[in-house]
Each structure stands twice: as structure tokens, then as C-alpha cells.
Design a binder for this molecule. Structure first.
Ligand SMILES: *Cc1c(COP(=O)(O)O)cnc(C)c1O
Length: 385
């Protein structure tokens, strides 16, 4: 028995607000009936504002990984080359998936401390004279490294190279938290998920699809059935789905969209930016280093903090979980045990952040990690004005 609330400060799944929990706490309805059609139309239309797009958005009853697969199989044919960029573990997993599915990913090597290099992507595309590369895939906010890449710059580099590849972007841990402009940045396929900035439990994922990507899908693509965009269009136009949707999560999604609208997307982004800055100030005051080397690329949804050399991040996380009932994100793959990640996204406010930072600072002390006291105080000073 543990009293009080668990602090779920991993960078997704995030805390689901009571309003959304209540919206989902109801009987399932007929997914072919008129009440459902209204719900379906509401969410399919409402999502466009969050994606900043006029394009079609489709919803899958799947985790984000499903929407990754949907993005690939709807536009790529077996053997097609895709240019992908290593910003961290999530970019790596998407690349691994592309290889497993029989595509030909070219993985531009990164150092896990910096974001996509648009110039290098442009140079690569300029060399691809016979346009063998069919898509460029980047992760807007790599949740393993806490790095946000400049997607607009990638678009410009593609245009400057005069290359026709599709631009596909994973926004699973940024959509609804960090500004993302599908149409303005010319993103052909957006991949998103329910359990991070959208504040829902895991189980829904999304693709936003440009007319150009839709044409490629109609003309080609791979063998696909469950993920087939084409099967979605007809039913979706009536508010329905080709198979049983996750009705309960869609009730939650409607509430989440209402909440984002009520707060206003710009205010949501500003809130995330402020909490991220307070976190970075605290980390700096502790004398610890942030994994993202370039200040302009530091994520507003999570901060990956590097451990001093001989100290393991997992021992610290275990101490904090055990003593203070708070979950922090683990280090993945190349930075396993070298970093811990503080999630500061979704349904989150100043006092939740302060509780989180207090838990980290007390944990650093208890785990015997060398640090300077006072990070919490500097964050408080920042938030107080
Ligand atoms: C969480 C996440 C994923 C994986 O999504 P699942 O819902 O776990 O399948 C992919 N990419 C990014 C950037 C993520 O944050």
C-alpha cells in the first residue's frame, strides 16, 4: 500500500487527466450507429487542428509503432530506398522496422546528442540523381535522447535539392506539446500516438496524409490490409471505421481535443516550454549535463540527464521509485544506464513539476550521486516570477 498519487514522470505514457478518465468511463456504443458517427466525425475533424493540417487524418487502434508501419507500407514498395536519420532509439527502431519489412533504409549516422542535419540530408538527396530514395523519415522529437529536430529545415533541404521523396515525420512525443505544422512544413505523412501529448492511455495512433502521399498510396505501396489507408477513406467520411474502433479511447480523444482547444494550442506549447526550461535550469544547477548538446534542440517534453561517470542511472531510478513512488524514464540502447529521462509533458502543472524535481534532487542525495544542492530552488525561482 502506498498513499498519495504515484508520480508517472516517464515521457509517455503520461498522466491521464480525470476529465478524460471520466469521459471514457461509460458504456460502449454501437460502432455502426448514429451516435458513433457523430463521435467519429468529431474526432476526425478535430484532430486536423492539432496536426495543423487540412489533410486526411486516420486513426488506428494500435500503439505508435502501428502508425510507423502504416506510414511505410502505404507508400513504399518492396526494396524501396528510404533515408532515415539517427537521432536516438526511436529513429533506430523505425529504421529497423523498415529493414524488417524489406525496404532499403539508408541510416544517416548521428551521435545521439544532436538532431537531424538538414544540410547533410540535402547533400544526400542531391547525390541521388535517379531518385531511388522514395521517402525521408525523421523523428521530430526523439524520446530516447530528448532531442527536437528542425523539420522545416529538412523540408527546405529537400526542396533545395529538388528531390521528390515524401517527407514522413514521427511526432509521437511532440504532437500537442511542441509546435508542429504539418501543412506549413510540407510533411507528407505524420505519425502520432495517443499516450504522450494527447494525454490518453496507450492504444490509438494516427497518420496525417498529404494528397501527394495519398496518390503514391493509390498507385503503389506494399501488401497491406489492416493498415490500408484506402479502406479508411469511405467509412471515415461518414464518421465510421472499416473495423471495430477503440470506441472508449475515442470518447477520451474527444475530451482531450476539447481540453487542448480550451487551453489553446499556443498556451499548451508555452506551458511545455516553461516547464522544460525550469527543468533544464534545475539540471544545470545540480551540475549535471543534458544529453542534447545543442540548446536549440533541447526537447520541451522531456529532458535526458547524463549521470556522472561511475554512477548508474538505473540505481538512481530504482531509489526514486522505491522511496518516493516516482517513475522516471530509463536510458535506452546506447545510453542505457547512462541517462535518466524526466518527462514533463501532457497534463502537467507547476506543482507537479516541482514535486518531480524534488523527487529527483532527494533521489540524487539518497543514491550518493555527486551533485550540487539547489536545483529545485533555482526552478522555483524561475517559476515564481
Ligand atoms: C513512444 C514513441 C514511439 C513508440 O510508440 P509506441 O506507442 O510505444 O508503439 C515511437 N516514436 C516516438 C518518438 C515515441 O516517443
Amino acid at each position: 500500500m502506498r498513499s498519495g498519487r504515484h508520480f508517472l514522470q516517464i515521457p509517455g505514457p503520461t498522466n491521464t487527466p480525470d476529465r478524460i478518465l471520466r469521459a471514457m468511463h461509460r458504456a460502449v456504443i454501437d460502432h455502426r450507429g448514429p451516435e458513433f458517427a457523430a463521435l467519429g466525425r468529431n474526432v476526425l475533424t478535430g484532430l486536423k487542428a492539432v496536426f495543423k493540417t487540412d489533410n486526411r487524418v486516420v486513426v488506428y487502434p494500435a500503439s505508435g509503432t502501428g502508425a510507423w508501419e502504416a506510414a511505410l507500407v502505404n507508400v513504399l514498395a518492396p526494396g524501396d530506398r528510404v533515408l532515415m536519420y539517427e537521432t536516438g532509439q526511436f529513429a533506430t527502431l523505425w529504421k529497423n522496422m523498415a529493414a524488417k519489412l524489406g525496404y532499403d533504409p539508408v541510416f544517416m549516422q548521428g551521435d545521439w546528442r544532436t538532431g537531424t542535419n538538414a544540410e547533410a540530408i540535402g547533400a544526400h538527396l542531391a547525390d541521388d540523381k535517379d531518385h531511388r530514395i522514395k521517402a525521408v523519415c525523421v523523428v521530430h522529437n526523439d524520446t530516447a535522447t530528448g532531442i527536437t529536430s528542425d523539420v522545416a529545415a529538412v523540408r527546405r533541404a529537400m526542396d533545395d535539392a529538388g528531390h521528390p521523396a515524401l517527407l514522413m515525420v514521427d511526432t509521437i512525443s511532440s504532437l500537442g506539446s511542441i509546435d508542429f505544422r504539418t501543412d506549413e512544413w510540407g510533411v507528407d505523412v505524420v505519425v502520432a500516438g495517443s499516450q504522450k501529448g494527447l494525454m490518453l492511455p496507450p492504444g490509438l495512433s494516427f497518420n496525417a496524409i498529404s494528397p501527394k502521399a495519398w496518390e503514391v498510396c493509390e498507385a503503389g505501396g506494399d501488401l497491406r490490409s489492416y493498415w490500408d489507408w484506402r479502406d479508411m477513406a469511405g467509412p471515415n467520411d461518414q464518421g465510421f471505421f472499416p473495423y471495430t474502433p477503440a470506441t472508449t479511447l475515442l470518447f477520451g480523444l474527444r475530451e482531450a481535443l476539447d481540453m487542448l482547444n480550451e487551453e489553446g494550442l499556443d498556451n499548451v506549447f508555452a506551458r511545455h516550454s516553461r516547464h522544460a526550461e525550469a527543468t533544464r535550469i534545475a539540471v544545470d544547477a545540480w551540475g549535471l549535463e543534458i544529453l542534447a548538446a545543442n540548446p536549440a534542440e533541447r526537447s520541451n517534453t522531456l529532458t535526458a540527464v547524463m549521470m556522472p561517470d561511475d554512477k548508474g542511472a538505473n540505481a538512481l531510478r530504482a531509489e526514486i521509485l522505491d522511496t518516493f513512488d516516482m517513475s522516471l524514464g530509463t536510458g535506452l540502447n546506447k545510453v542505457a544506464d547512462r541517462v535518466f529521462r524526466i518527462g514533463h509533458l501532457g497534463d502537467f502543472n507547476d506543482l507537479m513539476l516541482m514535486g518531480t524535481l524534488c523527487g529527483v534532487e532527494m533521489g540524487l542525495f539518497r543514491a550518493g550521486v555527486p551533485y550540487r544542492k539547489g536545483g529545485v530552488q533555482t526552478a522555483m525561482d524561475y517559476l515564481s516570477v
